[in-house]
Design a protein around this ligand. Structure first.
Ligand code: H79
Length: 399
């Protein structure tokens, strides 16, 4: 791993203001007071765990002896797997090693403050006990038990916030659900999308928002063919959880949620809340042969880079069909946790850098109760006794 240094300076910082990295809480042009109150924990958190899990994890990227390209969670579409075939595979889904308490403890150990799990991905399969379909873990698998209830309990027990990812527009199983990239491939998918939204998506979101205790985040994905009228079918449901926040992927005309950047760190920050979601290897859903793992150092640089631009980092794990988080992910999360134990202050509750990007690394900042501003200078490729230039115009204290 490269040498990484952290310097802390504080005082009344006078830096030349930069427009691209405005402070979220000050200049959020979408802000309302209610929104600020809801977003408070999320802005403090800066770091969360994304979990992509479902029947596709059991297929592990292989169908009919062939390695299927694309994210593992896209295997049903990319492999054009007929519904009946996919359903047969679901019947074998039996994650006997699932230990939600261990998952939550791992997230906590990594320094993550919230978890977002795929309650339902594009294959339409619900990880919870849904009353409006039998296409769920209780009715269609060997395992036969709700996977989200014990996760919600573990989150409560360990003090992490819980969010649900819900694929509302694409659904490759229920008739009428959308299919991107060329559309349906099985006649059994044909149907009316409005009816699907009313009969499946809306009641399922209601189940998620009423039967699992506090739900902190609703992570819609993504607005495929979502007109204003269709959005209207789902958007009132968020009122079922008074404090809930959501992302920007529900559909046309929806309430504004935090913005999402997928698989990339934006070049600059934005003057509103945003979150970058990224994988540790190439895939979201488990693929047995994806070994393109990013190093812990790179993941940490992403975390810092994102924080320095005022955003949150939602870092993914893709557990196996047996219910285990891959060892490569576990190792990286523990190493990130070791760093966060020492330097977490330089990430949690920070806002964006007052400087344009510096060649030596990144800067995060925090306004202290006494009105001073503290800057954390993260030097990425450090050398002992090297000098770095910081564009501050006044005297500062260092510590
Ligand atoms: O859940 C993860 C993705 O599956 C989901 N969003 C994240 C959080 C997502 N859905 N759609 N998209 C992302 C955008 C479309 C990606 C695609 Fe592809 C590019 C679909 C087809 C080409 C990548 C390559 C996925 C399948 C093949």
């Amino acid at each position: 791993m490269k040498k990484r240094f952290l310097y802390v300076v504080s005082g009344m910082i006078l830096a030349s203001p930069v427009l691209h990295a405005a402070e979220v809480s000050e200049s959020n042009f979408k802000a309302t007071q209610d929104r600020d109150a809801r977003m408070e924990w999320w802005r403090e958190a800066r770091f969360g765990m994304f979990i992509h899990w479902g029947v596709y994890a059991d297929l592990a990227g292989v169908y009919d002896g062939e390695e299927i390209s694309g994210g593992g969670e896209w295997i049903m579409l990319m492999g054009k797997i007929p519904k009946a075939e996919y359903k047969k595979r679901a019947a074998e889904f039996n994650p006997t090693r699932y230990d939600p308490d261990a998952w939550v403890r791992l997230a906590k150990q990594a320094g993550m403050k919230y978890i977002v799990i795929t309650a339902k991905h594009h294959d339409g399969f619900a990880l919870f006990d849904s009353k409006v379909t039998d296409w769920d873990v209780v009715d269609s698998t060997l395992y036969g038990r709700d996977l989200l209830k014990p996760l919600a309990e573990a989150c409560r027990a360990h003090g992490l916030k819980l969010g649900f990812y819900y694929s509302h527009a694409q659904d490759w199983y229920h008739p009428g659900g959308g299919a991107a990239r060329g559309g349906h491939w099985d006649p059994a998918q044909e149907g009316d999308m409005d009816e699907y939204l009313r009969e499946i998506a809306a009641p399922q979101v209601k189940e998620l928002l009423t039967e699992y205790g506090d739900v902190a985040v609703l992570w819609w994905d993504f607005p495929h063919e979502m007109t204003r009228e269709r959005t209207e079918i789902l958007s009132p449901l968020t009122q079922l959880q008074p404090g809930i926040i959501m992302n920007d992927r529900l559909g046309k005309g929806s309430l504004s949620g935090f913005d999402t950047a997928e698989q990339r760190v934006p070049g600059t920050g934005y003057p509103y809340d945003w979150e970058a979601c990224m994988t540790m290897n190439k895939t979201w859903g488990y693929k047995g042969y994806d070994d393109q793992w990013k190093s812990t150092g790179m993941l940490l640089e992403h975390l810092i880079d994102i924080a320095s631009k005022g955003g949150n980092y939602l870092l993914n794990v893709g557990p196996t069909g047996a219910g285990l988080i891959p060892e490569e992910s576990v190792v990286r999360l523990k190493e990130i946790g070791e760093w966060m134990q020492v330097y977490g202050d330089a990430v949690y509750g920070t806002t964006s850098s007052p400087f344009p990007i510096q060649e030596w690394g990144r800067c995060t900042r925090k306004v202290l109760p006494n009105g001073n501003t503290r800057l954390y200078l993260h030097v990425f490729d450090g050398q002992e006794n090297a000098k770095i230039h910081i564009p501050i115009l006044n005297k500062v204290q260092t510590s």
